[in-house]
Design a protein around this ligand. Structure first.
Ligand code: LHQ
Length: 250
């Protein structure tokens, strides 16, 4: 039987490919376990991660043919994946094509950057089967589109095309289907050559400060750390020498 999650690393980018194409990469326990482990054990040599789906879709969410007995305990598998994504101190890019539904959309929204192909179809999906959003979507979706639009997308579960997804800010960029992989890979490689501070930028944005005062405090704390990195020194040198910086992620 084929691996449900394919992994390979190249030029500092770890590629994770959801690989259950016969069910549009719907999640079962085996896939969730493999994904959680891969995200918890990203080697230091990988400075960016790219998540994609094999076949004709990114992911149709929970495998509805393998319905778990207890949703609460089943969600611990999803939550492990979402926590690992959020805790990872390196950027994660999602390359989206075809259907991106339910927990598949939750996974995409938990990534740091989303690049979509023109054939993408996004839908929250939960209310269509009488459920509530999970895997972080009640947190990520309103932050991206605002609470009123989030309610609409969760209550009616419309199918959004690439143009609508881009307009709402659910994806960063839309590219022709034939260019999706090349574009996502190029972006991941560029991020993989970025400075150590990308991890702190991610953290600052993912855990938003409750007020300006605490934002100022947290910025100062992270800037202190970023200021001590080799990458910062390299950035300063490159500026003085009028050349592009060569960051090492340290
Ligand atoms: C599938 C699935 C699928 C199994 C397509 N499962 N086979 C929920 C419960 C518990 C705890 C944790 O959290 C969650 C979170 C969730 O994710 S809830 C939302 C679950 N997902 C959905 O409700 C989406 C269900 N799928 C669809 O509505 C459609 O398949 C979409 C709109 C995604 C794509 O439509 P089409 O392009 O027309 O493809 P299709 O429907 O023909 O699907 C192709 C095959 O994939 C088909 O199998 P078959 O043997 O007939 O070729 C589907 O049965 C299978 N598949 N989604 N989630």
């Amino acid at each position: 039987m084929a691996d449900v999650l394919l992994r390979h690393q190249d030029e500092g980018v770890l590629y994770l490919t959801l690989n259950r194409p016969e069910v549009l990469n719907a999640f079962n326990e085996e896939l969730l376990e493999a994904l959680a482990q891969a995200l918890e054990d990203v080697p230091l040599s990988a400075r960016a991660v790219l998540v994609q789906g094999s076949g004709r879709a990114f992911s149709a969410g929970q495998d509805l043919n393998e319905a778990p007995r207890s949703y609460r305990s089943h969600l611990t598998h999803y939550n492990r994946v979402i926590r690992a994504l959020s805790r990872l101190d390196r950027p994660v890019i999602a390359a989206l094509h075809g259907a991106v539904a339910g927990a598949g959309l939750s996974l995409a929204l938990a990534c740091d950057l989303r690049i979509a192909s023109e054939d993408v179809m996004l839908t929250t999906g939960f209310s269509r089967i009488g459920l509530v959003p999970d895997s972080g979507m009640s947190y990520t979706l309103p932050r991206l589109v605002g609470p009123a639009k989030a309610f609409e997308l969760l209550a009616f579960s419309p199918r959004l095309n690439a143009e609508e997804a881009l307009r709402l800010g659910l994806v960063n960029r839309v590219v022709p289907a034939a260019h999706l992989i090349a574009e996502a890979e190029a972006t991941a490689r560029e991020l993989a050559q970025g400075p150590r501070s990308l991890g702190w930028i991610k953290q600052l944005l993912q855990e938003p400060s409750p007020n300006l005062e605490s934002a100022l405090e947290r910025e100062a704390e992270f800037q202190e750390q970023a200021g001590r990195t080799e990458d910062h020194q390299e950035g300063l040198r490159a500026f003085r020498e009028k050349r592009p910086p060569r960051f090492q992620g340290r």
